[in-house]
Design a protein around this ligand. Sequence first.
Ligand code: ZN
Length: 285
Amino acid sequence: MRLATLAGRAVVLEGEVALDVEVLTGGEFGPDTRSVLDSWDRARGAIAARTGAVAPIAYSVDELGPPVPEPRQVFAIGLNYVDHARETHQPIPDHPVVFTKFPSALTGPASPVELPSAGVDYEAELVAVVGRTARGIDETEGWDVLAGLMVGQDFSEREIQSRGPAPQYSLGKSFPGFAPTGPALVTVDELGDPGDLGIRSWIGDEVLQTSRTSQLIFSVPTLVAYLSSIVTLLPGDLIFTGTPGGVGNRRDPKRFLRPGEVLVTEIEGLGRLETPLVAGRRATA
Ligand code: ZN
């Protein structure tokens, strides 16, 4: 199943059309995504049962919002691919490096994103969506806790991110639009091996990042187990799982994002984000 948000309403995407969840379930779930995720197992069943007479809606991708517009918690993982940890000259971590992206940074899969400086970087990421309240989850049950997966970008303003005296990732990664996700939340049963998906990003014919999610240092189930050993995971929570090597500020010369470019981020089986980049207001000092 591919769950998305169209005009603020939860929809299921099927080929070229969208089906409204509230209509599809005879009013039992919807209109928003939160009501679906809060009762994920029952909602999935109701969506599959299709009791309501639903009319397919034609849509274009740029009308879609983030599949989970208002998560209560957004976790993000740093240094979670070996080639990325190496390019940053950091040791391979013993434990996941965890920070947050504030939910106001979320935007849709084809929404324009303003660049507040000439130092904004790209980070293609697999995003896991939590499907139930979870605490103390064993790694072997990690996938069962999830509603699904989606494509994400962890846009990062590198100067603010690296302001000392201690690293503070969250603010530099939370400008408006710095967390595009989508185009849909895809349930794991749609994927052959959900732990081994090709991930790529590019601008025009310039490939920026290419890897596979099997290269994650801490896999998705391991991250679920680790996070849930400390905090309570809630339905709709997002986990940005980290980015592969090839980020712009570790290239020589550095390669930051420029207004007028369109950044494409794709994950096998999940779809792609196409993000037009536009000039934005400069960040204050
Ligand atoms: Zn990241």
